[in-house]
Ligand binder design. Structure first.
Ligand SMILES: Cc1ncc(COP(=O)(O)O)c(C=O)c1O
Length: 389
């Protein structure tokens, strides 16, 4: 490997949300990796700092072209007038919710799903309408009948799609994406396709951009994309919105402007240009490293914990979804116990709703040494938990 993902970086004392924990604690909850950003980016940032000035920034064509070229390789083709800057995916989604739906409208989601979507809906006085997925043989499937019922509800105006899906790691098929598009179109429902995790894939796997499959999907959707999950840049606050429907794009653009999330800071503009243009090799190696971590967890569970834990094998994300239904129906209580007794801090599945009350989410975007430590702590925690109960 050209890049060193094994290096243990001390992230304490830098105001990291993830690492603001006790000395003995190992945080593996929030979606934030423990790896350094690519050296190519660090160098470009240092060079930019050397200029010494930090005035207002222009969203230039170079920034647009970096996104255009990166997603063209993934099958999503768009022009410069079909992409705009936003400070973050959640900022975009909240703004879009306010612009394309009315107060009290339903926003449909496939649950369990990334919890912050609920905030974007509820905090704006809209109603999240869950279409809970069917969990069968360790995989999640869309309940099509239920989804159609929820989309056809007269109060439904928006569907938020997570592609690939956080927390289950599901990479949706082209057929599924076409079918969702057809249903949303039938009931006049706009789609936000959040594709922030789309580059974090098992080696050899590819994903299907929602807007790429046909004209209908392109016409009814707004796609949110960013380099922040992939290259570990969340603190830089940078993302983009792609929309091929001019009228919809105008609405979204006005929304971002009035919500004041359309202005990039210096690094928000620089980072996507560097990582999308220069860091393919870093990304390939990252995905290999994460896959090795995934394999380690899978083997550890099979060898030591298979009576208690089942790994839901998605093809994407550095987040693992662990089925603990054999030992708990209250993932929050288990999570708190695990943290208190062993210091391992995972995310309780209940916050993703659906059947998440029996699951935990584990972030393996970290060094192998920490993943090994985590599995020992999980094993110890389960034994203590079973003894207690
Ligand atoms: C599906 C999904 N969307 C959005 C975000 C957050 O994006 P941002 O930091 O750009 O608001 C996350 C973070 O974990 C996520 O998992």
């Amino acid at each position: 490997m050209k890049y060193n993902f094994d290096e243990l970086i001390n992230r304490r004392g830098i105001s990291s949300v993830k690492w603001d924990v006790k000395d003995n604690e190992l945080p593996m909850w929030v979606a934030d990796m423990d790896f350094s950003a690519p050296p190519e980016l660090l160098k470009a940032m240092k060079d930019r700092i050397d200029n010494g000035t930090f005035g207002y920034n222009l969203v230039d064509e170079e920034w647009k072209d970096a996104y255009i070229n990166h997603w063209a390789k993934r099958g999503l083709k768009f022009n410069r007038d079909e992409i705009i800057f936003s400070t973050g995916v959640i900022a975009s989604i909240s703004s879009i919710v306010r612009r394309v739906t009315e107060v009290a409208n339903n926003v449909v989601l496939l649950t369990p799903i990334y919890n912050t979507f609920f905030n974007s809906i509820v905090n704006n006085g809209r109603h999240p309408l869950e279409s809970e997925m069917i969990y069968k043989d360790g995989t999640y499937y869309i309940d099509w009948e239920d989804l159609e019922t929820k989309l056809s509800n007269e109060e439904t105006s928006l569907f938020i799609f997570c592609n690939p899906h956080n927390p289950t790691g599901r990479v949706w098929t082209k057929d599924e994406i076409e079918r969702i598009g057809a249903l949303c179109n039938k009931y006049n429902v706009t789609v936000i396709s959040d594709e922030i995790h789309c580059d974090l894939l098992k080696p050899g796997v590819s994903y299907t951009p929602f807007a790429s499959v046909n004209e209908t999907n392109a016409n009814i959707s707004i796609t949110t994309i960013a380099p922040t999950k992939t290259f570990n840049l969340a603190g830089i606050q940078t993302s983009a919105i792609v929309c091929k429907n001019k009228k919809l794009m105008h609405l979204v653009d006005r929304g971002l402007n009035t919500d004041e999330c359309a202005e990039p800071n210096t690094f928000a503009l620089l980072a996507p240009k560097v990582v999308f243009n220069e860091c393919d090799e870093w990304l390939n190696e990252l995905n290999i490293y994460i896959d090795e971590n995934r394999k380690y967890v899978r083997d550890y569970i099979n060898n030591n914990l298979k009576d208690y834990v089942k790994l839901v094998e998605g093809d994407a994300l550095y987040l693992l979804w662990l089925d603990l239904s054999k030992i708990t129906h209250d993932s929050k209580e288990f999570c708190d116990f695990l943290r208190k007794e062993t210091g391992l801090y995972l995310a309780e599945g209940i916050k993703y709703r659906g059947n998440g009350f029996e699951f935990l989410r584990m972030n393996i975007g970290t060094q192998k040494e920490r993943v090994k430590d985590a599995m020992e702590r999980l094993s110890k925690g389960i034994k203590l938990y079973l003894k207690k109960n």
